[in-house]
Design a protein around this ligand. Structure first.
Ligand code: ATP
Ligand code: MG
Length: 412
């Protein structure tokens, strides 16, 4: 794919890349040990910067001659805010990453279920023990002092249930093996990665972890000369692609993204709209409806209750300021990855910046990042992927396809 094709934009102000993955299943031969899994491919996946096997330290073997029929490959983007899944059967779905369990027998009688997900869980959350099991792209409390606590266990269970729900949405046949690749932040710790693997292992036959921005690049077949930025809810992940698996120094994770914008917007609205009542979910909805970063904009007016009475407030500058807050740190991170790269390739990297993740839908963001790059780094070309919700899952599915079957066998 060339930058020219990426500039065919259907979205004002920003170029969006055409989707590389068709909704059709990718050709099975790509992952077939006997016909498609080339020996040269294996070392690229065997030791990781981008891909972590479920049994660390194991290496890919020669491609087996085993048939892969009866295997459903899945790419899962287990996000802080939304979980997206793409399957080799052509299925694609997504669900907000929230899980709820009825609080008591009355709640259970009312809801008629033991567990609710996504929008259903949001709607009924007053009757539920409610979990958003991921934070900064990894399972909450999976690393650090609290990892043996009850709250850590509860979040692990919620994450495992979420993975199970995502897999159910992919419609696997009961006789199929399920091999899944899960995207996670570029710099997630090994303990965090292991927690994700454990959550998934309860429901899949074999699982691997791969870095989110790497998955986005891989799915778009952009394996070199591109700098991918995945703007999620909990983290923004950057990865420079250089034609091999990325190393640790090719990747950066920033603890900012949609959530940090929501938090800042909350503070700004509190100041601008004294006495108004609102929740962080309402702020997120306002942001998703009105997000923008450029100068000219029709006034943004929202109704918020003040002492029970809906009251109109104008929050144009607040939305702009909150959305713009991620621009300087992202350009700083771009600078770090550019300035430590081979000087002969710095220009080409600067002019091939690819934006993915839900945050890439902020109106005008690609152009604003590009302008900031031109000011701070002398040049820059930024385009946004066409399918921000599925780019990670599509890429993870492509990685899953390209792994030799023998490798999956070993990861069981
Ligand atoms: N139109 C929009 N404008 C601005 N932000 C948006 C828009 N649509 C979605 N978002 C934000 O994108 C974020 C979700 O993006 P994404 O689904 O890529 O995150 P995630 O994968 O769940 O998170 P992470 O990668 O951090 O684990 C949320 O903060 C959401 O509010
Ligand atoms: Mg994500």
């Amino acid at each position: 794919m060339t930058p020219e094709t990426m500039s065919e934009s259907s979205i004002p102000e920003e170029n969006r890349t055409p989707r590389n993955n068709s909704p059709e299943p990718a050709p099975k031969t790509q992952a077939s040990g006997s016909s498609g899994g080339s020996p040269e491919q294996q070392p690229r996946f065997a030791t990781t910067g981008g891909v972590t096997p479920s049994k660390p330290g194991q290496k890919a073997d020669d491609p087996s001659t085993e048939s892969e029929s009866g295997v459903l490959y899945l790419g899962i983007d287990l996000g802080t805010s939304r979980t997206a899944i793409a399957g080799s059967n052509g299925g694609r779905s997504s669900v907000p990453s929230v899980v709820g369990y009825p609080k008591d027998v009355v709640a259970k009688k009312l809801l008629g279920r033991d567990i609710l997900f996504g929008d259903d869980a949001f709607k009924k959350r007053l009757s539920l023990d409610f979990y958003r099991p991921l934070e900064h792209g990894v399972i909450k409390y999976s690393d650090g002092d609290d990892k043996a606590s009850e709250k850590a266990e509860n979040n692990r269970r919620a994450a495992a249930d979420l993975v199970q729900e995502a897999i159910r949405m992919a419609n696997p046949r009961s006789d199929e093996l399920i091999y899944a690749v899960i995207g996670c932040p570029a710099q997630a710790s090994l303990t965090n990665q292991k927690a994700l693997i454990d959550a998934a292992k309860a429901v899949v036959d074999s699982v691997m972890i791969c870095s989110e921005p790497f998955a986005v690049a891989y799915g778009l077949n952009r394996l070199d000369d591109v700098l991918v930025i995945d703007i999620g809810a909990g983290t923004t992940d950057l990865c420079r692609m250089k034609g091999t698996l990325p190393d640790a120094e090719d990747q950066l994770t920033l603890n900012l993204g949609g959530d940090s914008i929501d938090n800042l917007l909350t503070e700004l609205i509190k100041k601008k709209c004294p006495g108004s009542q609102f929740t962080i979910n309402m702020v997120k909805e306002i942001k998703e409806r009105h997000s923008f970063v450029n100068q000219s904009q029709d006034p943004i007016k929202v109704e918020l209750p003040v002492e029970g009475k809906p009251t109109l407030f104008e929050i144009t500058d607040e939305v702009r300021e909150a959305c713009r807050s991620i621009i300087p740190p992202i350009v700083d991170a771009i600078r770090k990855l550019i300035s430590t790269f081979d000087p002969e390739f710095q220009t080409v990297l600067k002019n091939n910046v690819l934006l993915g993740g839900g945050g890439s839908q902020i109106k005008g963001l690609a152009t604003a990042l590009q302008n900031e790059m031109i000011e701070k780094l002398g040049e820059g070309t930024v385009v946004a992927v066409e399918e921000p919700v599925y780019a990670g899952a599509n890429g993870a599915l492509q990685v899953a396809h390209d792994m030799p079957p023998s490798y999956w066998e070993k990861m069981k």
